[in-house]
Design a protein around this ligand. Structure first.
Ligand code: NAI
Length: 345
C-alpha cells in the first residue's frame, strides 16, 4: 500500500479519491490543514504528499519532506506555481494533473461573464424579494463584440469556441501560438486596445505576473470587462480596483485573487475580512467573485482523482516513469516531458 498525506482536504475531494485509492493500492491520510513549514511533519511515515493550489511547497517544505523520506509531491491541480519545482529536482519527484476538465473552467468563465454582463446575480437577489424592477440591469450583446484571450492552451481554446458560438470576434495573445487553430493572434498591446472583454488563460510565472497592471489597463477600451479564471497574481488587484473606481473598467469577474491563499475555499462568514482590497472589490456593484470554483464539476473531480492515483502508481511502479512528471533536468519542463525515456533522477 502506498501511503499519501492528503493536505487541504475538502468534503468534495474525499469520495472520488477514496474510490480510486482503495481500488489501486493507494491509502490517503486526509488532513484538513494546508501544507507549509509548520505542517510538513504530518507527512511522516508517508511515501508521498498530495497537494492543491494553496499549499505552500517552497524550498524549506521540500527539504523537510525530503528529510522525512517523502518521495513524491502529487499535485491534484494543473497549475504548479506554488511548488518550487527547480528546488525539488534531484530530491523529490513532482507530478501534476495537466488536464481534468478544461471544459469546466472555460464554461465557468462564460458563466461569470454572462452573469456579470446580464446582471443575473442582481436579478436573482431582486426577484427573491419580489422586486421586479429592471432599473440598472441593462447589459450588452456579446454578439459582434471582441474578446481578447490571453493564453490559448487547453482552456483558452475551448473558451474561444464558446465565444465563437456567441458570434464574438476573437483575438488572442500567446507566445506559443496554436498552429492551425484558425486563431487571430495579435500583440498584447493590440489585444488590450481592441477588446471589449479580456479573459486570462495563461499560467502564472515570472513572465505573466501582473499581466494586467495600471499600464495595461491604460491601454484598454473604456468599459472593458476583465475575467480571470487562471491565477490571481496575473492581475495587480490594486490597479484593477483603481480602474474600476475611475470607471475605465466596466466589470470584473474573478475566480482567483492574488492573496486568496488564506481566504478562498473556507467559510469566512461571520468573520471580519482583514483583506481590505478584496472587501472593496467585492463591494463593487460590477465585480463578481467566486472562490476558485471554476474547476468544480463532477467530471473534473473524478478525472483529478483518477489521474492523481494513476500518477502515484506510475511513480512507484517498476520503471517509475510518469508522463505527468514536472522536472528541471533540461531547464525546461516541456522538453523533459518529451524526452521521458531517460529518467532524470
Ligand atoms: P495550458 O498549459 O494548456 O495553456 C496555457 C497557455 O498559456 C499555453 O498555450 C501557453 O503557451 C500560454 N502562455 C504561456 N505563457 C504565456 C504568456 N506570457 N502570455 C500568454 N500566454 C502564455 O493550460 P490550461 O489547462 O489551459 O490552463 C490555463 C491556466 O488555467 C492554468 O495555468 C491554471 O493557472 C488555470 N486553471 C484554473 C483553474 C480554476 O479552477 N480556476 C483550474 C485549472 C486551471
Amino acid at each position: 500500500m502506498i501511503k499519501v498525506a492528503f493536505y487541504d482536504t475538502k468534503s468534495y475531494d474525499k469520495p472520488s479519491f477514496e474510490r480510486y485509492g482503495e481500488t489501486h493500492g493507494v491509502q490517503f491520510k486526509y488532513l484538513e490543514t494546508k501544507l507549509n513549514e509548520d505542517t510538513a511533519d504530518l507527512a511522516k511515515g508517508c511515501d508521498a504528499v498530495c497537494v492543491f493550489v494553496n499549499d505552500t511547497v517552497n524550498a524549506a517544505v521540500i527539504d523537510r519532506l525530503y528529510a522525512l523520506g517523502v518521495k513524491l509531491i502529487a499535485l491534484r491541480s494543473a497549475g504548479y506555481n506554488n511548488v518550487d519545482v527547480r528546488h525539488a529536482f534531484g530530491k523529490i519527484h513532482v507530478v501534476h494533473v495537466p488536464a481534468y476538465s478544461p471544459y469546466a473552467v472555460a464554461e465557468h468563465t462564460m458563466a461569470l461573464l454572462l452573469a456579470s454582463v446580464r446582471r443575473i446575480h442582481k436579478a436573482y437577489n431582486r426577484t427573491r424579494e419580489f422586486n421586479f424592477s429592471l432599473n440598472g440591469l441593462t447589459g450588452f450583446d456579446f454578439h459582434g463584440k471582441t474578446v481578447g484571450v490571453i493564453g490559448t492552451g487547453k482552456i483558452g481554446r475551448i473558451f474561444i469556441d464558446i465565444c465563437r458560438g456567441f458570434g464574438m470576434k476573437v483575438v488572442a495573445y500567446d507566445p506559443y501560438p496554436a498552429a492551425g487553430a484558425g486563431i487571430e493572434y495579435v500583440a498584447l498591446d493590440e489585444l488590450f486596445a481592441q477588446s471589449d472583454v479580456i479573459s486570462l488563460h495563461c499560467p502564472l510565472n515570472d513572465g505573466t505576473f501582473h499581466t494586467i497592471n495600471a499600464e495595461a489597463i491604460a491601454k484598454m477600451k473604456k468599459g472593458v470587462v476583465i475575467v480571470n479564471t487562471s491565477r490571481g497574481a496575473l492581475i495587480d488587484a490594486e490597479a484593477l480596483l483603481d480602474g474600476i473606481k475611475s470607471r475605465k473598467i466596466g466589470a470584473a469577474c474573478l475566480d482567483v485573487y492574488e492573496e486568496e491563499a488564506d481566504i478562498f475555499f473556507e467559510d469566512r462568514s461571520g468573520h471580519i475580512l482583514d483583506d481590505d482590497l478584496l472587501s472593496r472589490l467585492i463591494s463593487m456593484p460590477n465585480v463578481i467573485v467566486t472562490s476558485h470554483q471554476a474547476f468544480l464539476t463532477e467530471e473534473a473531480l473524478n478525472n483529478i482523482a483518477e489521474t492523481t492515483v494513476s500518477n502515484i502508481r506510475s511513480c512507484f511502479g517498476n520503471d517509475g516513469v510518469c508522463d505527468n512528471e514536472l522536472c528541471y533536468r533540461c531547464g525546461s519542463i516541456e522538453r523533459c516531458k518529451s524526452n521521458r525515456k531517460d529518467k532524470c533522477f
